[in-house]
Write a protein that binds this ligand. Structure first.
Ligand SMILES: NC(=O)c1ccc[n+]([C@@H]2O[C@H](COP(=O)([O-])OP(=O)(O)OC[C@H]3O[C@@H](n4cnc5c(N)ncnc54)[C@H](O)[C@@H]3O)[C@@H](O)[C@H]2O)c1
Ligand SMILES: [Zn+2]
Ligand SMILES: [Zn+2]
Length: 346
């Protein structure tokens, strides 16, 4: 099968790789129908984490073959698969939170050689009963792809920010995850959402979606937020970038008693957490990897009823064979790109 392979710093190629094989009796082999590129893939694309990885953790597919112990799915079923999986057997995995697997077997598709990713024609899915969902009738393929990672992530970012009706929210980042967080935040009834980014096209889209946008390109995002909130800041702050700067700024924008909810990936062990400020302002800090399957029972009805309409996040639809170009424009934020959908048929 063909797969998108990381072959060097800022280089991916579509290569012929070995066909996936059944990953044990509780696994499946699936044929990929559509797959998307994520901001998290760019962390790998930027290099330093080894090459040879088959990328991709956001994919929707048709089951080709299941192992002998699989109960919920069979060949021919259309399923979406959580981008993050775990052992599939512990209580936490079974409650849909593989990011906190008690057996320490949390794994992200397409981030290491041990779990090849879904930007490919076909892929192996371990523990499929726990980490996949049959695609409900009427759900678009775009919404299905978004349910594999970024919609759950954005939704959890908003939910964990504890937004009260009438509250002011600040959101850092209007990338694809930020847009999911913006649309999710609106479900909780805030009076205002201030959204911070530094790309003109992303700010314009945030304004279209109902946010008051703040351009951070001058480096004074916090001052602008404080000015817009009469010096108070916001009771709920969502961080969907992951840079040291934006995490710091998010904390600095929280009003006394406020909550800062981080879903941007920041793995800096030396991150300078402002303990004194957090103590004096009684802040709550939340950070999480998306508990993807646990959000499906909430998000599927919201998509089904049209209360959430995230599909417009896809700005580009390309063939899998065009992945090198897709990564390049997504990384350089060229061509107004927000989210790229790849079709493995071409
Ligand atoms: N927690 C999870 O489970 C999870 C899941 C998926 C993605 N993520 C993470 O979420 C983050 C966002 O993902 P994405 O796909 O939207 O990525 P992205 O890179 O497309 O979006 C980041 C946005 O932040 C903006 N930005 C960068 N620096 C800024 C600054 N200093 N001030 C203001 N804005 C700034 C960029 O212009 C961009 O629009 C990434 O860190 C990604 O790894 C986390
Ligand atoms: Zn992702
Ligand atoms: Zn587990």
């Amino acid at each position: 099968v063909r797969a998108v392979v990381l072959t060097g710093d800022r280089t991916v190629e579509v290569e012929q790789v070995d066909d996936p094989v059944l990953p044990g009796p509780r696994g499946a082999v699936v044929e990929v129908e559509r797959t998307a590129i994520c901001g998290s893939d760019l962390h790998l694309y930027h290099g330093g984490m080894g090459t040879g990885v088959h990328l991709g953790h956001e994919f929707v597919d048709r089951v080709l073959e299941v192992g002998s112990e699989v109960l919920r799915f069979g060949a021919g079923d259309r399923i979406l698969v959580s981008g993050v999986i775990g052992c599939g057997r512990c209580q936490t995995c079974r409650s849909g939170v593989p990011g906190n697997c008690e057996a320490n077997r949390t794994a992200v598709f397409g981030s290491s050689a041990s779990l090849p990713g879904g930007q490919a024609e076909a892929v192996a899915v371990p523990e499929v009963d726990e980490f996949a969902l049959a695609i409900p009738e009427g759900l678009s393929v775009e919404s299905a792809v978004l349910l594999t990672d970024i919609l759950p992530t954005g939704y959890l970012g908003a939910q964990r920010a504890r937004i009260a009706p009438g509250a002011t929210v600040v959101l850092f980042g209007l990338g694809p995850v930020g847009v999911m967080a913006l649309q999710s935040a609106q479900l909780f009834g805030p009076a205002r959402i201030l959204a911070v980014d530094r790309e003109p096209s992303r700010l314009a889209r945030g304004a279209e979606l109902g946010a008051e946008v703040i351009d951070a390109s001058g480096g004074d995002a916090v001052a602008q937020v404080l000015e817009a909130t009469k010096g108070r800041g916001a009771a709920s702050v969502i961080e969907a970038v992951g840079a040291d700067q934006t995490v710091s700024d998010a904390i600095a924008c929280a009003a006394p008693g406020g909550t800062v909810s981080v879903v941007g990936v920041n793995l800096n062990p030396a991150f300078p957490y402002p303990m004194g400020l957090a103590l004096l302002r009684s802040l709550t800090l939340s950070a999480t990897l998306a508990a993807i399957p646990a959000t499906w029972p909430t998000l599927v009805p919201l998509l089904d009823s049209g209360r959430l309409t995230p599909d417009a996040v896809f700005t580009h639809r390309l063939w899998l064979s065009e992945a090198p170009h897709a990564y390049q424009i997504f990384d350089a934020r060229q061509d107004g790109v927000l989210k790229v959908l790849l079709d493995p048929k071409g």
